[in-house]
Ligand binder design. Structure first.
Ligand SMILES: Cc1cc2nc3c(=O)[nH]c(=O)nc-3n(C[C@H](O)[C@H](O)[C@H](O)COP(=O)(O)OP(=O)(O)OC[C@H]3O[C@@H](n4cnc5c(N)ncnc54)[C@H](O)[C@@H]3O)c2cc1C
Length: 289
């Protein structure tokens, strides 16, 4: 068990549904909210000593919570925020929202990350997932990052020493800080690009309901959404979870969807696409169960 003093300092008694953009989730034994990096490091060390897995949570825009067992769920939301500019290098705390980094950098006429404008994510989660869109990814701009490894030690690492791929990275631990090499760009151009990106997102994605974005990765040369649509699965609903009519790779919560409803839709999609198309769809979202 965790040291009870440590628990009372950081524990949050709240449903996990509050911390997932899908608004699905029950209770966790350990839902912790450290308020500084040194407390975060001690939590990670204690978890390691007790063989408990940790789960960092940023914006929760890619996590589906099921039965989380004894996992130590750690929110970044209460860590201190910071934003610093030095020439074209922007250094931020991992818990900053993507939109606010883009808006703040714009004041210095620095841009580049606009392609992910509108994603309800924190930058730490976006780095962990190597978030991307419109043929760009966050690693195109990452310079270095600092993370707390699974032993609780703070480590700084350059982008060139990290492995990353399509929605995947080699980082094991809790990212706390990151630096980006931005492009010099006028405010007018940044504003225009933001507007363009957001209108494309609203046109293609179901922003009017809770979701986790694309449920599956696109298989090589194909689009998961198109495959799901061609299998006739659009609008399929289980409980309050539904395959979006607007974009078949999005599962939306139409009210009070439960974990099992979403999990069942995922199972049906994978089975049907395999049977009809011979393709195994790989999850992009993180299912914690
Ligand atoms: C409407 C909508 C649109 C979206 N569009 C896109 C898109 O265009 N492109 C795209 O790539 N994704 C998209 N997504 C998915 C999602 O926003 C991204 O995967 C995003 O990068 C997740 O960031 P987050 O902070 O919400 O991470 P979370 O959901 O909190 O976590 C995701 C993963 O990252 C880990 N993690 C979180 N914080 C940290 C940290 N500080 N250190 C280490 N690991 C951490 C978590 O443990 C988990 O494994 C979309 C989602 C929604 C809801």
């Amino acid at each position: 068990m965790f040291d009870s003093k440590m628990l009372t300092s950081f524990v949050i008694k709240s449903s996990l549904s509050k911390y997932s953009n899908m608004k699905v989730g029950g209770n966790a034994t350990y839902l912790l909210a450290p308020q500084n990096v040194s407390d975060l490091s001690s939590i990670i060390q204690k978890a390691k000593a007790q063989n408990l897995k940790i789960l960092p949570v940023g914006g929760g825009s890619n996590i589906l919570f099921g039965n989380v067992g004894n996992r130590v769920i750690i929110l970044d939301a209460y860590l201190p925020e910071f934003f610093q500019v030095d020439n074209k290098i922007v250094t931020v705390s991992s818990n900053m929202k993507i939109s606010s980094i883009i808006d703040k950098a714009m004041q210095y006429e620095l841009g580049g990350l606009e392609f992910i404008f509108g994603i309800p994510a924190h930058i730490g989660g976006a780095i962990h997932m190597n978030a991307g869109a419109f043929e760009k990814c966050i690693f195109d701009y990452l310079y270095w990052l600092e993370y707390i490894d699974l032993k609780g030690k703070i480590t700084k690492i350059d982008r060139k020493d990290l492995e990353f791929g399509y929605r995947t990275t080699s980082i094991e631990g809790f990212i706390v800080k990151a630096a980006f090499k931005m492009d010099k760009k006028t405010k007018e151009k940044i504003l225009a690009d933001k507007e363009d990106i957001i209108s494309k997102r609203f046109e293609r994605h179901p922003y009017d309901y809770p979701s986790l974005g694309s449920t599956f990765k696109n298989p090589k040369g194909k689009f998961a959404g198109q495959l799901i649509e061609e299998c006739g699965l659009k609008r399929l609903q289980i409980g309050d979870a539904q395959i979006s009519e607007k974009h078949a790779n999005f599962i939306i919560n139409k009210g009070s969807a439960r974990f099992n409803d979403v999990a069942e839709l995922i199972r049906i999609i994978q089975k049907t696409v395999k049977e009809q198309k011979g393709i195994e769809l790989e999850l992009e979202i993180k299912v914690i169960n």
